[in-house]
Ligand binder design. Sequence first.
Ligand SMILES: C[S@@+](CC[C@H](N)C(=O)[O-])C[C@H]1O[C@@H](n2cnc3c(N)ncnc32)[C@H](O)[C@@H]1O
Length: 278
Amino acid sequence: MNDLVVKKDKNLSPLFKWAGGKRWFMQRYSTAFNPFANLRMVEPFAGGLAFSVTLQPKHVLANDINPHLINFYNQVKEKKFFLPTDLILSKKYYYAIRAEFNDLITLNQIQGLRPAQLFWMLNRLGFNGLCRFNRDGLYNTPFGYYKKIFLQFEWSKYEEIFQSWTFTHNHFEEIKLTNNDFLFCDPPYDGAFPFYSKELFDFTQHQKLVSWIKKQGNPVLIMNHPTPRILELYADEGLEISFLMAPRTLSANMGSRGPTQELIASYNFSWKDLIKRI
Ligand SMILES: C[S@@+](CC[C@H](N)C(=O)[O-])C[C@H]1O[C@@H](n2cnc3c(N)ncnc32)[C@H](O)[C@@H]1O
């Protein structure tokens, strides 16, 4: 098929197109994390895993509330994942696999190879990295109308790095941390439409996230949208705040696709000092 392109990447890239994905950030700042190289990297909001896949640390705890995402990563880790040979770039195919995926959700058969294949193909063929469920928990992202889609073919490289990584499907507050952890927290943006699951990540969740990280003694980096209430919350709780410009592709305001300001906050270390050295 001409429209399915096998991608040969020297550096690994995220396996998903993911709304709010931080590939752009890691392309700029990956070397900033060298001082933490010996720590376990914890991503409570793993999504497309841009942070860990770029750094490729030995030990990672990748957590996400989305069970389909974690099932997919575990299938890759267990070396069971492969792409179905009937995959084609067509609207009809997309809606057929979406219906099959939703049937499996209704039957609660969401673990294993077939749900992982369907979820991954839906992400590749669907609209703009959007992972959207309706109130009944059914996947309702529309078709993406791409001329080409890229397929990450070198699964063995991901299988290899995933061997020493752990993937969990929990609410972030249930994650068990150790003293040897660095936390990269990339929650849904404050005020953004709750694309990722039927549960809303509202301002109370952002407040809980700050309380949760403050209970631990670990170095933490949080990225977010600099809304007035988030700025106030982080400042009141003693987080160090800085800003950078982000290329936003899927934003809280769907009309705006230009660069936007992103907030980067650190706790138990200084991000501002760290980036002076790179
Ligand atoms: C901004 S995305 C993370 C993007 C990721 N850093 C990347 O580079 O692709 C936020 C993620 O948080 C997850 N999420 C939402 N609520 C959560 C919760 N309460 N606990 C854990 N994960 C949650 C979503 O499923 C979504 O994948």
